[in-house]
Ligand binder design. Structure first.
Ligand SMILES: [Zn+2]
Length: 98
């Protein structure tokens, strides 16, 4: 519908990769969950569209989606979280003495 130019810089940057950088596995469109620390706060965004490696599970987020996420993270406190849940935290000392 619009008259906007489609990516005037060309397709190369946005060309979908179909192989995992880490293991060479095949990438398939799927959903991923992002965990981000903002200072002392841990934020979780779930069901993000991504290309996910069928072999190692690495998720690749497009530049467009990534830009949206950056924007959202900059103003996340203006949105009401879907839910809150408790996250157990342990110290390395506990882990090392187990
Ligand atoms: Zn992989």
């Amino acid at each position: 519908m619009g008259t906007e130019l489609q990516n005037p810089k060309g397709d190369e940057m946005s060309a979908a990769i179909d192989q995992c950088d880490l293991c060479g596995g095949l990438l398939k469109p799927a959903k991923t969950t992002l965990e981000v620390w903002r200072g002392e706060e841990l934020l979780i965004i779930r069901d993000i569209a991504a290309d996910v490696c069928q072999q190692c599970g690495e998720a690749y987020i497009s530049a467009e989606v990534s830009e949206h996420l950056d924007h959202f993270l900059a103003e996340h406190h203006r949105h009401r979280p879907e839910r809150y849940f408790a996250v157990p935290q342990y110290s390395a000392a506990q882990a090392m003495s187990a």
